[in-house]
Design a protein around this ligand. Structure first.
Ligand code: ZN
Length: 445
């Protein structure tokens, strides 16, 4: 199946999610550059409301920067493959992310500046594919895109299917690109597809995305088709355990979350979710009770940076922006599935109703609360770069900014050991446990 046609563009963009969606929004206007943009350091910046963020202590920033280079940093969710794919669908050459790119949030120079070692490449399968077919082929295609990137720049990028791969690549000076499928619809209802994707190097599967699929119910809808996991979904979780693929409970409904956490014989991850405590009523985030269950089974929540995930104020405006965009589109007969129309809608919405951006300190609050409720062993980073672009917080605008978050946490008294767990220790632990479980299961078969 070819994906370079206009029809495919419109299929993809039917995803039409609003605030809190992790769909890429490459056509949206770039977020305002802050004075610190070129240095990766948070200096004094103002947000949409005009309030001033105090500059971080330069000594702390320097230490945070050093730590970010020394520690392995794993990010649970970066939508680069889809960004590359959308460019080629528009008939443009894909941006060369081995050098500094003008837009987006991830490229090699910025990843290096931020100390990032292993961004999970999201193999994002829009829900439209589960309705119209082609989900598995599209997932395979996006994996091909990542492999193509590695082939084009073998000295800079490498695939990674285990924590050891990440360490080995890092030692060789390569940035690891592990794979996570976002939307189990890619399995197309076939259990054998789990083995197929493991063979292709996939290390996690997000059970669903914006709609209920044949595996699980989504957090975004109220149909509750399966009241959690379907019988097929249960067999998928078991098969993922058996074959060493992490179960990702981001995007699922509460019922599906509890059932997956309970059913999985190994800890699970939420690859890019934040805490509902700070955004009451936002089902896409995790409640305190869910967090406790996740942690009790050894799991890790990887905090999503998007402002609408992080503060109630941004989330509320995000919802209003969604409605405003729909009204504007109807008024001017614009179609969100046409990229030029979509840009017009987004520009109008951004002008009419600017999002009150969160700040790096707000993201630190989420980390803090996880530590306070369940301990430092259960938190990681899941930026959603390339997925929530214009909504990223002040101080966490792109892949060069991880040191800012570490600096805020140092200021709050975090130890180096704690920061290392946040940066990668926790998710590498779960990833290894999942692989070890599969290895021992293979022995007894
Ligand atoms: Zn997502």
């Amino acid at each position: 199946m070819k994906f370079g046609c206009r029809r495919a563009v419109s299929l993809l963009l039917l995803c039409g999610l609003g605030a809190g969606c992790s769909r890429p929004v490459p056509s949206a206007p770039a977020q305002p550059e802050t004075p610190a943009a070129s240095t990766g350091a948070a200096s004094s910046t103002s947000d949409a409301s005009g309030s001033i963020a105090p500059p971080l202590d330069p000594a702390l920033l320097a230490r945070a920067s050093e730590l970010s280079q020394r520690f392995i940093i794993v990010d649970g969710h970066v939508d680069l493959p889809f960004r590359l794919e959308l460019s080629s669908m528009e008939g443009k050459p894909a941006p060369d992310v081995s050098g500094r790119t003008a837009d987006g949030e991830f490229d090699l120079p910025r990843a290096r500046a931020g100390g990032l070692d292993a961004p999970f490449m999201s193999i994002y399968v829009p829900a439209t594919y589960q309705e119209r077919g082609g989900a598995r082929a599209f997932a395979d295609h996006l994996i091909d895109v990542v492999e193509g990137l590695v082939r084009a720049h073998p000295a800079s990028f490498a695939l990674a299917a285990t924590p050891d791969d990440v360490r080995r690549n890092g030692a060789a000076g390569q940035l690891s690109l592990p794979l996570g499928i976002e939307n189990g619809a890619a399995l197309e209802g076939k259990l054998e597809a789990v083995a197929h994707f493991r063979q292709r190097g996939v290390s996690y599967i997000t059970l669903t995305h914006s709609k209920d699929n044949d595996i699980a119910d989504t957090s975004y809808e109220s149909e509750h088709t399966h009241r959690g996991l379907s019988p097929f979904g249960q067999s998928v979780v078991r098969e993922m355990n058996r074959l060493g693929i992490m179960v990702d409970v981001a995007h699922v409904s509460d019922e599906a979350f509890y059932q997956a956490v309970e059913l999985s014989q190994v800890p699970v991850i939420a690859s890019h979710s934040s805490l509902r405590h700070f955004v009451p009523g936002f089902q896409r985030n995790v409640s305190d009770d869910m967090l406790r269950k996740l942690a009790a089974r050894g799991g890790v929540i990887m905090i999503n940076f998007g402002s609408t995930f992080v503060t109630a104020a941004a989330n509320a405006v995000g919802e209003k922006r969604k409605l405003l965009g729909a009204e504007f589109a109807a008024q001017h007969k614009l179609d969100r599935n046409v990229l030029t129309d979509r840009r017009r809608i987004e520009e109008h919405v951004s002008r009419a109703l600017p999002l009150p951006l969160a700040r790096v300190e707000d993201v630190a609050d989420h980390v803090d609360r996880v530590r306070q409720l369940v301990g430092i062993d259960h938190v990681g980073l899941g930026s959603d770069f390339e997925g929530v672009g214009p909504t990223l917080p002040i101080g966490l605008e792109d892949a060069s900014r991880y040191p800012n978050l570490l600096a805020v946490l140092l200021q709050r008294g975090y130890s180096e050991a704690e920061l290392e767990k946040l940066c990668s220790g926790n998710v590498l632990r779960v990833w290894q446990q999942v692989l070890d479980f599969a290895a021992s299961a293979a022995k007894t078969e």
